[in-house]
Structures are given as C-alpha cells and as structure tokens.
Design a binder for this molecule. Structure first.
Ligand SMILES: C[S@@+](CC[C@H](N)C(=O)[O-])C[C@H]1O[C@@H](n2cnc3c(N)ncnc32)[C@H](O)[C@@H]1O
Length: 271
C-alpha cells in the first residue's frame, strides 16, 4: 500500500513574531484533499453516500482525508493490532484495517446494532471483514472486559466525549510502548477555545487536554503514569505482584515491584 502525506508548513524566513500556521482557506483545503490517497475508492464512496442518506446523523462520520491519513498513520507505525471505540457505519474502521494489512486485527466497539450492520456490509465489500471483530454494547464495560492478553499498537477513540477519559485510562495500559492513541474531535468544532462554551462535551474535552499536557510536562506525573500503566498491565494479565511506593528524596514517587522477570517482560509486551 502506498500513501502520500502533505504537511502544512510556512516558509522558514517567517519572522519570530508571525504565527506559525497558514489559515486554511476553502481553495487551499480543496487543493490539499484532491492530493490525498484513496480518492478513487468506490467502497468508501458508496459507504459515504449510504451514510449521507441517514440525514443529519451522518456528520458523525470522519472526513475522507482523515480516513486517508489514518490508513497512513496505522501503516507508518507498523501497527498489526488495533482497537476502535465508536464505529458508526464503518468508515474509519475500513481505513484502519487497510493500514493494518492482511495479517492485522481490529476490534470495533459500538453500542448501535443499526449502524454497525451497515459497517459490516461494507467490511465485506472492502474485503476486510476477516480482520475485524465487532463487540456490540456500551464501551466502558466492554473495555473493562477486554481479555488480559490483548495489547494494541493503535487505538482510535470516537464515541462519547464525556467518556474519553475513561477510554483513555482503560486503554493506556494496553498500548504497546511507542504505540498510538488517536482521539477524534479534540477541538469540538472550535468550541474548546471559546471561553463561554461550557456544555458537558466541551468541558470534558478541555479536561482531557489538560491531562495530556500534564502527562507530557511533569516529570513526577510521568513517573507516576509509567508506574500506573505497569501496575494495571500486570493486573490485567493476572500476574501476581506486589508493589511498594517509597520516597528516596528525588522528585516524585518511586515504585518497587515484586514480580518475576519473565512475567514483567510479558507485561511490557517484550515477549
Ligand atoms: C462519531 S460516531 C463514530 C464515527 C466513526 N468513527 C466513523 O468513522 O464513521 C460515534 C459512535 O459511537 C457510538 N457510541 C457513542 N457512545 C457510545 C458508548 N458509550 N458506548 C459504545 N458506543 C458508543 C455511537 O453508536 C456511534 O456509532
């Protein structure tokens, strides 16, 4: 599979006072999306038409260019196992499964039989149905019940915005080192940057962004996060272990784990 990626950038001679982005005008946007991969894909086009016919709800579907980008991203990180939370009529799942390749596996989680029936029809048409397993029901209990052995290279989150933090917490311990979790709708149509917008979805997405900033910038949080991931992964694998927190005078909390080396390697995805 071959992809083309176009990256927006500004000339390097821009003054430091200038903003580091180009405003995305309609003509520029049109130019970019015409250059993308999969423009001639008849299955994706048919799926988009059938979804459009559902009416206003069709706006839940990801855009064509996002689909191309996701196939590229999944293939670029060499992902072979993935999970999607929020499948709807199947557009993103087809794009992910194509990026995974023949031997890849994707678990799709969604509570709607009506919409995922459409998805299943197009999985067959796209020839990716053998790579996809649908788990139907509310996402949080299904993620809590994932088999201990399951570790993912890639996760796509696109269901209830107020549950994004729970999906994140439940999936993080199952993402392999240097794996990727992709969240849809993080700007929520621009509302996250509007100070007066305070509906529950907007506030949930803002809170999630703060969680990510914390994870990226605070050493002590990173330490704690690493320990939390390990603790959960061991528990998810059913590995008996004991851990102890202690403060040795450095920043943050240190953890000692009492677990055998092979079991620790398995928990870290090294075997
Ligand atoms: C935005 S759509 C997903 C769009 C899809 N990724 C695509 O490319 O077309 C959100 C989906 O999440 C599902 N959903 C919303 N809340 C959910 C929940 N709590 N548990 C399971 N599925 C949920 C809905 O049924 C819907 O199909």
């Amino acid at each position: 599979m071959r992809f083309a990626l176009y990256v927006l950038c500004i000339p390097f001679y821009a003054s430091p006072m200038e903003l580091k982005y180009i405003a995305l005008t309609d003509p520029l946007y049109g130019y970019l999306v015409k250059c993308r991969s999969h423009t001639g894909d008849s299955v994706l086009r048919a799926l988009r038409s059938e979804t459009d016919a559902l009416g206003d709800i069709s706006k839940m579907q990801i855009s064509e260019e996002q689909g191309s980008f996701m196939s590229l991203l999944v293939a670029a990180i060499g992902a072979k196992s993935a999970i999607e939370v929020g499948t709807f009529t199947g557009y993103s799942s087809i794009c992910i499964s194509r990026g995974l390749g023949q031997d890849g596996r994707l678990i799709c989680v969604d509570e709607s039989k009506e919409w995922t029936d459409i998805a299943q029809k197009y999985w067959s048409q796209a020839g990716v149905n053998q790579r996809i397993e649908l788990r139907l029901g509310p996402a949080i209990p299904l993620l809590q019940k994932l088999e201990p052995r399951l570790i993912f290279d890639f996760a796509f989150i696109d269901a209830s915005k107020t549950e994004y933090d729970a999906y994140y917490e439940l999936l993080l311990p199952r993402i392999r080192p240097n794996g990727l979790i992709l969240f849809d709708n993080m700007l929520w149509g621009g509302k996250v940057a509007q100070p007066d917008a305070h509906d529950k979805d907007t506030d949930a997405l803002r809170a999630l962004k703060l969680l990510f900033i914390d994870a990226g910038t605070r050493d002590e949080w990173n330490l704690d996060l690493g320990a939390r991931i390990l603790t959960r992964r061991l528990a998810a694998l059913g590995v008996p272990f004991q851990h102890q927190e202690f403060d040795d005078g450095h920043r943050g909390i240190n953890y000692r784990y009492d677990v055998s080396l092979p079991k620790l390697a398995a928990a870290l995805g090294a075997t």
